[in-house]
Design a protein around this ligand. Structure first.
Ligand code: 5GP
Length: 191
């Protein structure tokens, strides 16, 4: 059984919107709440979107083996607790993990039979730049950092079980929902 659906995408590619829409139509799928040292955005809630913690605490967690995986993304730490994955396996639950490409690859490597990895790409880099600008949460400098990472992340796409293009938000919502429903029904072999 697939317990873990990892979703990776360059930030600004509509991933969070798509994941939130999926949660509404598939409420029994649990959302893995990552830990991060990034500052909270106005639209976010601690304990809902992320567990926002200090770098010192994060480093303590690393030392104590609390994370199944962690990465430094755009200069901040992001990590997933091992316990939440173990719980999902024991309770036979499906967990949705939104993470960077390396995080997805790590989870896939650790739990090959239990993981299905999805990569969402925006139609083009120009499109992505526009979205990041319109979102208005990042400075011009941070947008450039994210775009550079975008180029790097695109190289990982063929390592994923399923790649989808977010050309049109409504169609992408349907595509993601259908894919997840098929996984719930037992499909495990990619596109
Ligand atoms: P943002 O700051 O835009 O919320 O997230 C930045 C990046 O960190 C995104 O690619 C997001 O998917 C990734 N991320 C969030 N949580 C985790 C996690 O627990 N592990 C890893 N490896 N990446 C994460």
């Amino acid at each position: 059984m697939v317990n873990f659906i990892t979703i990776s995408a360059p930030s600004g590619s509509g991933k969070t919107t798509l994941c939130k829409a999926l949660q509404v139509v598939e409420p029994d799928i649990q959302w893995s709440i990552s830990y991060t040292t990034r500052e909270k955005r106005d639209t976010e809630e601690d304990g809902v979107d992320y567990h926002f913690i200090s770098s010192d605490k994060f480093e303590d967690f690393i030392i104590n083996g609390y994370f199944v995986e962690w990465e430094n993304v755009h200069g901040y730490y992001y990590g997933t607790s091992l316990k939440s994955l173990n719980n999902a396996i024991h309770e036979n639950k499906m967990l949705l993990l939104e993470m960077d490409v390396k995080g997805s690859m790590n989870i896939k490597k650790l739990y090959p039979e239990k993981t299905f990895s999805i990569f969402i790409i925006p139609p083009s880099i120009e499109h992505l730049r526009d979205r990041l600008k319109n979102r208005g949460t990042d400075s011009a400098k941070r947008i450039e950092v994210r775009l550079k990472r975008f180029q790097e992340e695109m190289e990982f796409q063929n390592k994923f079980d399923y790649v989808m293009v977010n050309e049109n938000l409504e169609s992408a919502k349907i595509e993601l929902k259908n894919k997840v429903r098929k996984l719930k029904q037992g499909e495990t072999n990619g596109a």
